[in-house]
Each structure stands twice: as structure tokens, then as C-alpha cells.
Design a protein around this ligand. Structure first.
Ligand SMILES: Nc1ncnc2c1ncn2[C@@H]1O[C@H](COP(=O)(O)OP(=O)(O)OP(=O)(O)O)[C@@H](O)[C@H]1O
Ligand SMILES: [Mg+2]
Length: 325
């Protein structure tokens, strides 16, 4: 039995069809990624699964409970980190967590211990008495994840958890999220538009304009774009091209000073190439398709990657400006 089951879910806001007949399952203990551009319907789907919105039609189940008819059982099974930060900035880190534990009926005798444990887990224990308004963006995000875990949910929803963080905090937070399923026995449902983050998901659904347009593991999705590309530099590219055709029956092409060919499994093909060409090989590199290539192929547009990296560039420029002045 999957921990999340979604069947023909539809959500309309007036004329807008935010979620348009989507179906998918999520297996327990996995990281599931919901990938899509602005306005694709990711937050709307999360809100339905978290019982904050009712669907126009279709059904959704979490941990076997119907998200509409058994909303209170669903709420007990989930934790959520919203797209926008929702901590109380005028409370300390510890107070925020204690308040949440109270709201979720964690037994009084156990509250402090649980709060201590999650604070240690997110590496904020030494800052527990600080007001949240003094925290950095990354610290607030970690505290929100801690809060989402206090009542030991079966599923933790993370809506764009790393949005607006600098690259280093993003990497740290991400590293820590990937350990959650094993350490906390929790299933992760997350949305992101950072391709490199989606890479660590066990399964991904790509959503665009309210519809799921593709599903699979990152590798499966990338295979839909075509194979890997191997680039070679050799002492004599024309001769190497002929050899590759003769010995391996593969078509290579020459571009600038490099020879390139596509292969379904690039890593398995490289040793064969080297055996065939021997010492004439000067260098080899393997390029795999990215999830952005997948999105590009499916929709003809990029998924905000440029926008994200532009934002990083602007931030870096601001930092450099501050250092200079
Ligand atoms: N309460 C609402 N009332 C009217 N329209 C809404 C409402 N909530 C969402 N929408 C619309 O539904 C569509 C999907 O929005 P949603 O917030 O689910 O997108 P998203 O994939 O989370 O986007 P983002 O990446 O920007 O967070 C959008 O067209 C949005 O304007
Ligand atoms: Mg959203």
C-alpha cells in the first residue's frame, strides 16, 4: 500500500484549472519530487494533500486515510514546511517548537525531550534560546524542518524548502534532507525547481500547467531524452572515427577538436573505446542528460534554472559590493 495515493485529482479556482486530473503513488520511505515551473500546481496539490484545500474532484489518501473524509487522521500523519516561512519570529527557536508540540498533542512529559532531539538534529541546539528573528534564512528553514518532525509524521511535505537560500545553505539543507527518510522513518514529498536537488529524489513527477507530463526515477527520465554523449580527443580524430565505425560499429562525429558519439550507457562504452583506439586517446569526457534537458524536451521551455542562477549571480554581486564598501 503506497503511503500517498492520488487519484484523478482536480482543483479549479473559477476558470483556472490549477490541478488537472493528476494521479500518482508515493512509496513509503522514499523521497518524492514534484518538479515544475511557477504556477504549475505544486502548492495547490500539497495543500489538498495536507487537507488545507478540498479538491474539486478526485481523491487523495495519506497513510490509508482519505484527505477529505478523514482529515484529522491525515493531519496526524503529516508534517509540513510551507513555501513561505511561518515561524513566529518573536519567539525563541525552542519556544516555536514547544508550541508546535503542544498543538500536536505531544505528551507534556515528552515535549522537551523531543524538542531537544530535533534541535540537535538540525544543529541549532546551541541557538535554542535565540529569537527566530535573529536567525539567517538557512537556520529558519532548518528550524521549520525540525518543527515538521516533532510529532513524528509519516510524511513530511517540503514546499520549495531551499528557495531564496544561498548556494552553501542550500547544499547543507539538502544534504540533511536526504538523510531524513532513514533517520526519522519518514517519507518526503518535496517541490523544487532546482534541478540538482531533484536528482536525489527516488521518484519524480514533472507537472506543467496542472498536468503530470512525466514520471519516473531521475535516471529513467533522463533516458527519455536519449543517451549519454561521450567526447574524445585523439591524436588523429579522422582515423579514430573510422576505427570506431569498423571495430564498434558506432557512428561518431567530429566537432572542433573533439570527436563525439552518443551511447545508451556511456560509462560501459568508454572502456571499449579505449581498447579499440589504444594510445591514440588523449582525453575522454562523459556528458549525461540533465533533468532540465528532460523538461526542455517535454515542454520546449526551461524550468526557471536560468532565473535561479541569475538570482545567485545578483546575490554574489551584492556580496562583492558590500565587501568592497
Ligand atoms: N487561492 C487561489 N485562488 C485562485 N487561483 C489560485 C489560488 N491558488 C493558486 N491559484 C492558481 O493556481 C495555479 C497553480 O498555483 P500553485 O500555487 O499551485 O503553483 P506552484 O506550482 O506552486 O507555483 P510556484 O512554483 O510559483 O510556487 C496558478 O495559476 C495560481 O494562480
Ligand atoms: Mg508553490
Amino acid at each position: 500500500m503506497p503511503i500517498i495515493k492520488v487519484e484523478n485529482l482536480v482543483k479549479k479556482f473559477g476558470n483556472i484549472i490549477a490541478v488537472n486530473d493528476i494521479s500518482f503513488d508515493v512509496e513509503e520511505g522514499t523521497i518524492f519530487g514534484f518538479l515544475g515551473p511557477n504556477g504549475a500546481g505544486k502548492t495547490t496539490t500539497i495543500n489538498i494533500l495536507c487537507t488545507l484545500l478540498s479538491p474539486t474532484s478526485g481523491r487523495a489518501f495519506i497513510n490509508g486515510h482519505d484527505c477529505v473524509r478523514e482529515s484529522s487522521s491525515v493531519r496526524k500523519s503529516i508534517g509540513i514546511v510551507f513555501q513561505d516561512i511561518t515561524l513566529d519570529k518573536d519567539l525563541t527557536a525552542e519556544e516555536n517548537l514547544l508550541f508546535h508540540a503542544y498543538l500536536y498533542n505531544v505528551a507534556k512529559a515528552e515535549r522537551r525531550k523531543r524538542v531537544e532531539d530535533v534541535l540537535k538534529f538540525v544543529d541549532l541546539h546551541s541557538r535554542k534560546d535565540d529569537l527566530v528573528k535573529k536567525f539567517s534564512g538557512g537556520m529558519k528553514r532548518r528550524l521549520e524542518v525540525a518543527r515538521g518532525l516533532i510529532h513524528r509524521p509519516k510524511v513530511l511535505f517540503l514546499d520549495e524548502p531551499t528557495l531564496g537560500l544561498d548556494p552553501q545553505s542550500r547544499t547543507n539543507l539538502w544534504e540533511f534532507i536526504t538523510h531524513l527518510p532513514k533517520r526519522h522513518n519518514v517519507t518526503i514529498f518535496m517541490t523544487t525547481h532546482y534541478m540538482e536537488e531533484a536528482e536525489v529524489c527516488n521518484n519524480i513527477a514533472i507537472i506543467d500547467d496542472g498536468k503530470i507530463i512525466s514520471r519516473g526515477s531521475p535516471d529513467e527520465l533522463k533516458k527519455t531524452v536519449g543517451g549519454d554523449v561521450i567526447y574524445l580527443k585523439t591524436k588523429d580524430n579522422n582515423r579514430a572515427k573510422d576505427e570506431i565505425k569498423k571495430i564498434l560499429n558506432l557512428e561518431a562525429a567530429i566537432k572542433d577538436s573533439e570527436l563525439f558519439l552518443s551511447a545508451v550507457k556511456g560509462e560501459a562504452c568508454i572502456p571499449e573505446l579505449i581498447r579499440a583506439l589504444g594510445e591514440s586517446v588523449l582525453s575522454v569526457r562523459l556528458q549525461r542528460p540533465t533533468l532540465n534537458d528532460v523538461f526542455l524536451k517535454l515542454t520546449g521551455k526551461a524550468i526557471r534554472e536560468e532565473e535561479a542562477s541569475d538570482m545567485d549571480t545578483v546575490k554574489e554581486e551584492i556580496r562583492a559590493y558590500r565587501r568592497r564598501n
